[in-house]
Every structure is written in C-alpha cells, then in structure tokens.
Design a protein around this ligand. Structure first.
Ligand SMILES: Nc1nc2c(ncn2[C@@H]2O[C@H](COP(=O)(O)OP(=O)(O)OP(=O)(O)O)[C@@H](O)[C@H]2O)c(=O)[nH]1
Ligand SMILES: [Mg+2]
Ligand SMILES: [Zn+2]
Length: 357
C-alpha cells in the first residue's frame, strides 16, 4: 500500500478539494520559514521554496504570506532543479495569532491549520495564571482546541494545589501535568496526538516545549536549553518548526513569546464566569465598579471571584477596545494619547510628516 505522505501531514478532503482549483500545481505544507525562504514538505520530499513575485505583489499585509503550518501550492514535486515557487496559500482553517511585537498594529500569525494548542506553563517560577488567561483568550479565537500543559512537575511540591488553581482559570479546558524527569512523564500527552492532526506548542521560553517534542520524536532533534544556563532573557528555539512524529501526528515548536498581545481574542469564552455574573447585575450597562446590585462586585466581596482575575479581565477588555478600532480611529486614538484630545494641528502635521518619512 502506498504510504500517503500528504495525509500524514494533515492534508484533508477539504484541502484536496481546494487544491483541485490549481491543476498544474502541487500541494505542500510549510515546515519552516527563514526570512524569504521556506522549507515545505511535499508529496515526495522536503524542499526549499520562495513566494512568487505575483503573490508578493498582491499581498496586502504579512497575513497574506505563508506561515508555518500553512498549505501552499507549489510548482514542482522535487528540488532537483532548484527552489520551488509558492503560488498561493490554501484557506486556513485555524490560526494562532498575536499582535506584532513592534509598534505596528498588523497582526502576526504564529502557526496555521492547527487542531490543538498545547499552552505550556511550568509548575515552578514560571507559573502565572494571568498569563494563562491571556494565552487562553488568544487560543480560543484561533479555532483550535486549547489544552493546558503543566510542565516540570518534578520541580513542584504543590501540584494538586496548582492544578486546582489552573482549573479555576481554564474553564472547560483539559489540563495535563507532565515532567521530563519521569520515564512516563509525557504519557498524558499521547491521547491528543494522532495521525494527520496538528498540535502547536506555545508558552514562555524555558518551560520545556522543545524537550517535550524531542521526547515525542524519540530523538534530540530540537535544541533545548543547556542545564545550568539560567540566562532567562534568551530563547533557545529561535524559529517555528513543523515536525512529523514517527508514530503519526504533527507538532509545531515555537519560540517562547515575549509578549502575547490580545488580538483576535475571544474574551467571553475565557471569562464565562464573569460574563455570567455580569448578566445578573441590576443594571444592564453596569460598569461593575460602584453600582448597587452589581453581581460581579458581590462575587468579589464574598470570595466567589478573585479580584485579580476580574482586574485582568478589565485590562484585556481595554486592550481589545483599542484593538477593535479601525485604522483611522486608531490613528486618532494615538494622536489623542500623544497630544491630548485637543491636539494642536501643527503637532499633528509634524507627526504625520515624520511618520511618512
Ligand atoms: N526539571 C525539569 N526540567 C525540565 C523539564 N522539561 C524541560 N526541562 C528543562 O528546562 C530547560 C528548558 O527546556 P526547553 O525545552 O529548551 O524549553 P523551551 O520551552 O523549548 O524554551 P524556548 O525554546 O526558549 O521557548 C531545559 O534545560 C530542559 O532540560 C521537566 O519536566 N523538569
Ligand atoms: Mg524551545
Ligand atoms: Zn455589575
């Protein structure tokens, strides 16, 4: 029986259907990206590829370029006659994204076409529920299913307590605990891994994402941080990478993200408890600060809801408010923040002049 490499890589019926629109081209999956050069996994082999001039010309922003996990249509089956040319990206069924790290408001997709997102957080000093809420919000809007993976269980002697705390934040989400130290330390991950399904590993630097993937691969494919290298500012993994597991299944390693900005976040899903409380406030436009009959404040007062969780919710909501503005409103908002809402026209003109330089 012919082993179908494309199916192992996650090429579904739907994608097959999409691909029939390009009868002269071949499908391939983006495994790595190094500036303009992509490594793509095709039907026969892994080859280097670049985006066609036409595709680059027509791209409106970075979202239109291929990212790791994307299915693209290329012009050849093997690399014997040089680099392949990517002509288009097939529609993404899911995308884990964030706002770019710089000042631009353009989004950035971290990985595409993923079925499950492993949000990795270690049980030692990296444990931070507020960060987890942030990751969950972005994960819910990606169309993939989040799973919280708590790592380094061997370094924590309050695993039960941490699990309970995590469960309060990760409502309706599976939580698994693992450790690189035990022989069967990754057993809990196995039920999520299957032929043709893609899992992206996300989370802060140093939590053990690459270590887990190496273990699943059965060999040290990815570089992991040296023991004793405590330089926390450094990321060991420097680029995203898609790998095919020997026993079936696809994983994507990502570098720890320095900042994960809420972009296409789905707050209500992550904060269902708060939204539910809010629906019981006396006033429908309750700001949950001083109003009488506020169910949210009542829940905080009687310990049902943590003040910190509520504060984070408000903070993330503010971020999204900013995010949801269109480019013109955003420009106005920036001007307001820079010069006050009664901006002097001279200052504004100067700002635009510098901006367009
Ligand atoms: N004690 C203990 N150490 C672990 C565990 N998992 C990983 N480590 C160690 O943690 C360090 C960081 O692991 P990496 O796999 O490089 O972390 P990463 O999440 O890939 O980090 P970036 O690539 O920087 O995003 C390494 O020294 C690992 O050996 C674990 O379960 N227990
Ligand atoms: Mg890594
Ligand atoms: Zn209220």
């Amino acid at each position: 029986m012919k082993h179908d490499r494309l199916a192992s890589l996650g090429f579904t019926r739907e994608l097959q259907q999409e691909a029939t629109r390009y009868p002269e081209l071949y499908p391939a999956r983006v495994a790595e990206q190094h500036h303009n050069i992509y490594e793509v996994m095709g039907e026969q082999e892994t080859l280097k590829a670049r985006v066609s001039g036409k595709m680059a010309y027509n791209a409106l922003d970075s979202m239109d370029f291929p990212v790791v996990g994307d299915w693209v249509m290329i012009d050849r089956l093997d690399g014997s006659n040089g680099e392949a040319v990517i002509h288009c990206v097939l529609p993404r069924k899911s995308a884990f994204g964030r706002k770019s790290a710089g000042t631009s408001n353009e989004g950035q997709i971290v990985a595409a076409n993923i079925d499950i997102i492993f949000i990795c957080m270690s049980l030692n000093e990296n444990f931070n529920l507020r960060r987890l809420e942030r990751y969950l919000s972005v994960a819910w809007s990606s169309m993939a299913t989040p799973v919280v993976v708590l790592t380094k269980a061997d370094l924590c002697d309050a695993v039960e307590m941490r699990l309970a705390e995590t469960a309060e934040v990760a409502i309706g989400v599976d939580i698994v605990v693992c450790s690189a130290m035990a022989e069967d330390g990754y057993e809990e991950l196995l039920p999520y891994i299957s032929e043709g399904k893609t899992i992206a590993f996300v989370g802060s630097s140093g939590v053990g994402k690459s270590t887990m993937i190496n273990r699943l691969m059965g060999e040290e494919i990815l570089k992991t941080r040296e023991i004793g290298d405590m330089d926390k500012g450094r990321h060991t993994t420097t680029h995203r990478q898609l790998l095919l597991l020997p026993g079936g299944g696809i994983v994507i390693d990502t570098p720890g993200m320095r900042e994960l900005q809420i972009d296409m976040a789905d707050l209500s899903r992550s904060f269902e408890d708060i939204e539910e409380l809010a629906s019981m406030c006396k006033f429908s436009d309750c700001s949950h600060t001083k109003e009488p009959g506020c169910a949210v404040q009542r829940a905080i007062a009687n310990g049902e809801l943590s003040q910190k969780r509520f504060d984070n919710y408000v903070k993330l909501q503010t971020e999204i408010g900013y995010e949801g503005l269109n480019s013109r409103q955003l420009e106005q908002e920036k001007i307001n923040r820079m010069f006050g809402s009664k901006a002097d026209m001279k200052q504004v003109m100067k700002y635009y002049k510098n901006k367009n330089k």
